[in-house]
Every structure is written in structure tokens, then in C-alpha cells.
Design a protein around this ligand. Structure first.
Ligand code: LMR
Length: 349
């Protein structure tokens, strides 16, 4: 009996060892060294959230920035880009940035105007004539001055990027003159200057998050909207609108923002490398944005059931004059420094 018990114990022990060895549970070798794991414990990750498609001026610039940061920091910093409102949308991204739920976002400056009313200056209609003027303002001392206004929000402003000039699309009838806007429900970004712009011509502005514009156009809860060719093409707005009018009545651009606490936690060397990547991306993206909008406008021209009309210079001039009260509103209610007059020194009248 004793022999039987000892035999059973030895058999069970041997079996356990055999199974353990076979499953690699005993005497397991360390995992082969994986290059990808180098520095994993010291790697810094930046989650970057934005609301547009990847093949747009902002989408491409975000990818380029991610690439350059990784290259310049020798892989020490990884930037994960989340496009198409897949992480946060227009309505919650700034809060998420302030709370540190995301390290970077790239909202339009229009969407920042509820925090910094003075930035409405960039939304003033017919302020800029060319992409070069926009670049000079946004990347020069005026841009720097505007970024300083982020200070009370504990946000680090890395700079400004451009998309392009906005145009109008509509569903029922084409917009040949500003009178054609009367009575339309027009989607805008949330910015009082943009809302005023449509109120002045008798339209009803409807501030809507970008991620909802397509469905609102499709369900006819809005009749028209303003945007760049690249956003109109990449988001398929041409499928739910019948007319586009090239008005160039305003610009659409971005501010590149980082959570300040996160920024301050970065070693100085990394901060410098990030700023270098930012500068390189910015120079590249201003040219790229113009190209993408040009190409996307050509693609829009090829769509069936989508008519493109160019507003005449005479009508643009009338539109500009009609919109003068938006400037009065800005001067009387918003302006708290001389940024508008600084811009007016750069742009041609
Ligand atoms: C919009 O809401 O129309 C734009 O802000 C989208 C974008 O970020 O380009």
C-alpha cells in the first residue's frame, strides 16, 4: 500500500513536470529581444485628436508632425493621431485637453472664440485676400501675440496652421448674390462673428459641430454651410448639397494646442525638438493646404448634380460692404487690443 502511494505521488510529479516543460511554463527562456521594445519604459506618448479626415490640410499636417517628432526625438516621443472626431469632437475636445485626457488638439481658431473672443478677428469677412497674407499674419508676430492669449487657460499654443478660404454651399438654389442667403438656415462654426455675418444678410446661423454637418444637411435641418473645398470634398457635403459658390469670404485655420502641464513635464531637449518639428510642419503645411484645396476643388467640379458658380467681383464687393456691421460689432464688443489694425497694415485693402 505504502509503495502504491509513493508510486502515485512520483507519477503525478513526473507528469506535472512533463506538462510544464511542454507548455513552456517551467524553465521558460526569456522572450527574444525585440527592437521595438527598446526604451519602452522611457517612451513619451502624445495623443493628438482632431475632427477632420486624414487627407485634408489639417489631417496631413498632423501626420507630418507625428513623423517629424518621432524622427527628431529618435523615437523617444510617439505621436498617435486620432482623426475624424474618433477620440474627441468639437464639443468636448478643449475640455479634454484642459483635463489632460488628451495631450494635443488642433481646433479651428473660430471654435476657440468662446474662450478668447479676441480671436474673432480672424473670422472677420473679407479681411484676407491671399494665402500669403494669412501666412504672414499667423506665423509672424501677430500670431505670437494671439497665442499669448491662451495663457489664462494653462494651454501651450504651439502655433497656427491654415486650411484655406471658405466658400458657400446650398441645397435649393444657387447663391449668386448675398440676397440669395436671405431666409436660409446656415450652419456655422461656433463664433459670434460668423453668426453675425449670416444675421446681417437675413439668414439664420446654426452653430453645429463638424461631425454633425453631413447628417444635418442630409436631413434638411440646415440649407447651407460655409467651408473650404477640402472639407466639402473630404466630408462628402457635395452629395447632400446641389450648389457651391466660390466666395472666398473668410478663412478657415487652426491653432495647435498642447496641455501645458504635459508640456512642462517634457525635458527641455524634447521641447526644442517638438518646436523644430512644429516649425518644419508649419512651413510645409501652408503650401500643402493650398495644393489640397486646389485639387479638391477640381474633384468637386467633376461631380454630377453639383454646380459650382464663381461670385463676380462686383458681387463680392457688394457682399463685403453689406458685411461691414460685423466689423463694427467686433470693434465695439470684442477688440481688446490693436490686433485688427496690425493685420490691416499687412493685408491689402
Ligand atoms: C468646421 O467645423 O467646419 C471645421 O472646423 C472643420 C475643421 O476642423 O476643419
Amino acid at each position: 500500500m505504502k509503495k502504491f502511494i509513493i508510486g502515485t505521488i512520483v507519477t503525478v510529479l513526473l507528469l506535472t513536470i512533463a506538462i510544464g516543460v511542454q507548455q513552456g511554463l517551467l524553465f521558460a527562456k526569456p522572450l527574444p529581444y525585440d527592437d521595438e521594445q527598446k526604451g519602452l519604459d522611457t517612451q513619451i506618448t502624445i495623443h493628438l485628436s482632431h475632427v477632420v479626415a486624414e487627407n485634408t490640410p489639417k489631417g496631413q499636417a498632423a501626420s507630418k508632425f507625428a513623423e517629424l517628432v518621432e524622427e527628431k526625438t529618435n523615437g523617444e516621443v510617439k505621436v498617435h493621431v486620432y482623426p475624424n472626431s474618433s477620440l474627441f469632437n468639437d464639443e468636448n475636445e478643449f475640455q479634454a485637453l484642459q483635463d489632460g485626457q488628451v495631450e494635443m488638439i488642433i481646433p479651428t481658431f473660430s471654435k476657440m472664440t468662446s474662450y478668447i473672443p479676441n480671436w474673432q478677428v480672424l473670422d472677420l469677412p473679407y479681411l484676407f485676400n491671399t494665402d500669403d497674407e494669412v501666412q504672414e499674419v499667423l506665423t509672424g508676430s501677430i500670431g505670437e501675440q494671439l497665442l499669448k492669449e491662451l495663457k489664462p487657460f494653462h494651454i501651450k499654443g504651439l502655433g497656427f496652421w491654415h486650411n484655406g478660404f471658405k466658400h458657400l454651399t446650398s441645397v435649393d438654389h444657387p447663391i449668386h448674390t448675398f440676397e440669395d442667403l436671405k431666409g436660409l438656415r446656415v450652419r456655422t462654426m461656433p463664433s459670434i462673428a460668423l453668426e453675425k455675418q449670416f444675421e446681417v444678410v437675413g439668414a439664420t446661423p446654426i452653430p453645429t459641430p463638424f461631425s454633425e454637418v453631413f447628417t444635418d444637411l442630409e436631413s434638411n435641418t440646415i440649407d447651407a454651410q460655409e467651408n473650404t473645398a477640402s472639407n466639402i470634398y473630404s466630408k462628402g457635403f457635395y452629395k447632400v448639397q446641389k450648389h457651391m459658390t466660390l466666395t472666398k469670404h473668410g478663412i478657415l485655420g487652426y491653432t495647435v494646442l498642447m496641455n501645458e502641464k504635459f508640456w512642462k513635464s517634457l525635458p527641455l531637449k524634447i521641447q526644442k525638438q517638438i518646436m523644430e518639428a512644429m516649425k518644419e510642419t508649419t512651413d510645409w503645411q501652408f503650401e500643402q493646404a493650398v495644393e489640397i484645396n486646389k485639387e479638391d476643388l477640381q474633384k468637386l467640379e467633376q461631380q454630377n448634380n453639383f454646380e459650382i458658380y464663381t461670385m463676380s467681383n462686383k458681387e463680392r464687393q457688394r457682399f463685403k460692404e453689406k458685411l461691414a456691421p460685423v466689423y463694427d460689432f467686433y470693434r465695439n464688443n470684442v477688440q481688446n487690443n490693436d490686433v485688427l489694425s496690425e493685420i490691416e497694415k499687412i493685408v491689402s485693402p
